[in-house]
Design a protein. Structure first.
Length: 140
């Protein structure tokens, strides 16, 4: 049976998939930050509405993005100490999200949201640096 929301959902999926296929490596990381922030916001909303399953799914999505997206994108060979610190910070965020899920801790969700927002802001500042943009074009 045809659902009225199906075309818009299909379009959104195609649009996101196309965005991923055409994005620079730098833009892909920005998209991961956006996705993680959205998942944490969804978890906070679901927590406030006492929607346990939706909260758990949103937190799981955030953990997946942080662990298998942001952390997995780190290059520990060339990133040195910075990559190690970011990796540890991503692990910490995942631990806090797990804690938030188990204990319905909205403050832990806010903490992760704040950390992600700060990192995203720093990542966006890097995009304004012509030297970094040149490196990204060379690597793509």
């Amino acid at each position: 049976m045809f659902s009225p929301s199906s075309p818009s959902q299909a379009y959104s999926k195609v649009s996101v998939d196309n965005g991923v296929m055409t994005a620079s490596p730098h833009k892909l990381i920005q998209m991961l930050f956006d996705g993680a922030l959205l998942a944490v916001a969804d978890a906070r909303s679901s927590m406030s509405k006492r929607e346990v399953a939706k909260k758990g799914a949103a937190i799981s999505r955030a953990i997946e993005i942080i662990s298998n997206g942001l952390k997995a994108s780190l290059d520990f060979n060339t990133g040195g100490d910075l990559a190690e610190r970011l990796g540890s910070l991503y692990d910490y965020m995942c631990d806090r999200l797990f804690h938030a899920n188990l204990h319905n801790d909205a403050a832990a969700l806010q903490e992760v949201s704040t950390l992600l927002t700060e990192l995203k802001s720093a990542w966006e500042e890097i995009a304004d640096d012509p030297a970094v943009l040149s490196q990204n074009r060379d690597a793509a």
